[in-house]
Design a protein around this ligand. Structure first.
Ligand SMILES: [Zn+2]
Length: 244
């Protein structure tokens, strides 16, 4: 039995029965089918902090491997999806003010670069509660790449604790807090690992942040917060959103 832990979400592993003939290639194909991976997405398997190389280790027998961490990489692509924007309608999302400030401070530190990171938290009492964030990368003026191996490593680090990766954030230097096509494709990929994943976009100049999810082909704006206004500790999404 090999355990495969998705990088996003409550760390319940996918369990794969191991047959002596299974190879890394075979596992990857199983995951591609299971997660319905698109042509512009890539299954990334990380073992003890290191990405398994499908080409170099193609014939690696999986019985030699214990736990794997799974993330999805999104390649540069022309794929487009068209979504209508909608306000959310069911349960609750919460984020601590100090966590928002931490993400915002990361964005503020780099005047001419987009920055990105992960949102850490848990689902408790039907609420998605974001309790921490971790910086992952700085990009350039138009984009930032969140390395799936770094995401997987962070998820592995968190594995035995109460909290796990529940979303990601990045800053925009232009276009406000609206989701770009690449942002949408990235969010769709992460939601395959954990359907409750949220995306947070930071507009550093306007001091605004907005949370998004994609549901039933609609881009759902969960919550928009003006950082120039006091938050009183925890921001709560009063427009609810479906968690199940
Ligand atoms: Zn973006």
């Amino acid at each position: 039995m090999v355990k495969i832990f998705p990088a996003f979400g409550n760390p319940t592993p996918l369990r794969l029965k191991v047959h002596p003939d299974y190879t890394l290639d075979y596992i990857t194909q199983r995951l591609v089918d299971f997660l319905k991976i698109d042509a512009d997405e890539e299954v990334i398997l990380v073992h003890q902090g290191k990405k398994l190389n499908l080409k170099g280790e193609k014939n690696l027998r999986v019985q030699n491997i214990d736990n794997l961490t799974l993330c999805i990489g999104v390649k540069r692509t022309n794929r487009r999806v068209y979504l209508r924007k909608k306000l959310a309608e069911s349960k609750v999302l919460q984020i601590k003010e100090e966590v928002l400030k931490k993400c915002f401070t990361h964005a503020q530190k780099y005047v001419d670069k987009e920055v990105g990171g992960l949102l850490i938290g848990e689902v408790a009492e039907d609420k998605l509660q974001i309790t921490n964030s971790v910086a992952i990368a700085e990009g350039d003026s138009v984009s930032v790449d969140l390395d799936p191996v770094k995401i997987a490593n962070k998820a592995e680090e968190l594995r035995n604790g109460k909290n796990y990766v529940v979303g990601w954030y990045h800053s925009h230097l232009r276009n406000g807090t609206s989701m770009s096509m690449r942002d949408i494709l990235t969010q769709l990929a992460y939601q395959k690992l954990y359907p409750k994943t949220v995306a947070l976009i930071i507009d550093r100049a306007k001091k605004e942040v907005e949370f998004f999810r994609i549901e039933a082909d609609q881009l759902i704006s969960l919550m928009k917060i003006l950082l120039s206004k006091p938050m009183h500790g925890v921001a709560i999404c009063l427009r609810k959103y479906p968690l199940t």
